[in-house]
Design a binder for this molecule. Structure first.
Ligand SMILES: Nc1ncnc2c1ncn2[C@@H]1O[C@H](COP(=O)(O)OP(=O)(O)OP(=O)(O)O)[C@@H](O)[C@H]1O
Ligand SMILES: O=c1ccn([C@@H]2O[C@H](COP(=O)(O)O)[C@@H](O)[C@H]2O)c(=O)[nH]1
Ligand SMILES: [Mg+2]
Length: 238
């Protein structure tokens, strides 16, 4: 378990504690997460139980990311953070960014990185778990860089649900969950955005040796059988 002892935000402060030597008081988020050492707001250094294990779950609209995340959570005990769900929650709560987020989602475009990363960061900070499935993010290279800069870590695993466009369109149009972006016009834009902006992120992680491509056609359980060994293998070395 990733036991939080202080808000990650407190690590971003450049101010140093008068009680600690400079090196200790300047522990940033990256150092904290990767060294297993955390610094409380009062400057006290305490060991964390474990560093977080982050999986990015990528794929086009309707490729089955959310569906498979539910199975991964059930089987491997991850905390599921769907970036789209976090954004939709912002709309529902009438937050200051709500109207902007709604318009962006309706158009099938991408919400500014800072907004999305902050929402993810807040969820990670408040979780007792140290295993996160970040679903539908990063969608752009800018998202990726922003996450690495603000959160200070890279993913351990990146899943790519590879699905033909025709199948994705069919699934989205049949989804029936009342989503404002589940219509043909928005899907066309989402597919273009996926190809132009999200595929480069997938290629980046492929080059880093972190990408696992899943053939996302067929029965849900069959697809999960491609996913299962990835996490069984990582559990074995943990
Ligand atoms: N293997 C499958 N075969 C047929 N339908 C599927 C399969 N997996 C998921 N679905 C259905 O397709 C629709 C889209 O799936 P899901 O919501 O998991 O996709 P997603 O990748 O999360 O999409 P989005 O990016 O739009 O959130 C849902 O209605 C889901 O029940
Ligand atoms: O990182 C993100 C994730 C999502 N969005 C916007 O939300 C919709 C829906 O996302 P789903 O993952 O399909 O639920 C997406 O089309 C984007 O408009 C985003 O901007 N950034
Ligand atoms: Mg989804």
């Amino acid at each position: 378990m990733w036991r939080r002892v202080a808000s990650l935000s407190s690590f971003f402060s450049s101010s140093s504690s008068s009680f600690l030597p400079q090196t200790a008081s300047r522990l940033n988020a990256w150092e904290s997460l990767t060294t297993g050492i955390a610094q409380q707001a009062n400057g006290v250094i305490v060991p964390k139980e474990k560093t977080p294990f982050i999986t990015f779950v990528l794929g086009g609209p309707g490729s089955g990311k959310g569906t498979q995340c539910i199975k991964i959570v059930e089987t491997f005990g991850f905390t599921h953070l769907s970036a789209g769900d976090l954004l939709r929650r912002e709309i529902a709560s009438n937050s200051a960014d709500g109207a902007m987020i709604l318009n962006t989602i309706k158009e099938g475009k991408i919400v500014p990185s800072q907004v999305t990363v902050k929402l993810i960061q807040k969820e990670m900070e408040s979780s007792d778990n140290n295993k996160f499935l970040i679903d539908g993010f990063p969608r752009t290279e800018e998202n990726r860089v922003s996450f690495e800069r603000i959160i200070g870590v890279e993913p351990n695993v990146v899943l790519f649900f590879d699905c033909p466009e025709e199948e994705m369109v069919k699934r989205v149009l049949n989804r029936n969950q009342g989503r404002v972006d589940d219509n043909l016009e928005t899907i066309k834009t989402r597919l273009k955005v996926f190809e132009a902006l999200s595929l480069p992120v997938i290629n980046y992680y492929s080059q880093r040796g972190k990408l696992y491509t899943i053939k996302a056609v067929g029965a849900e359980d069959e697809i999960f059988e491609q996913v299962r060994p990835i996490f069984t293998a990582t559990e074995a070395v943990a």
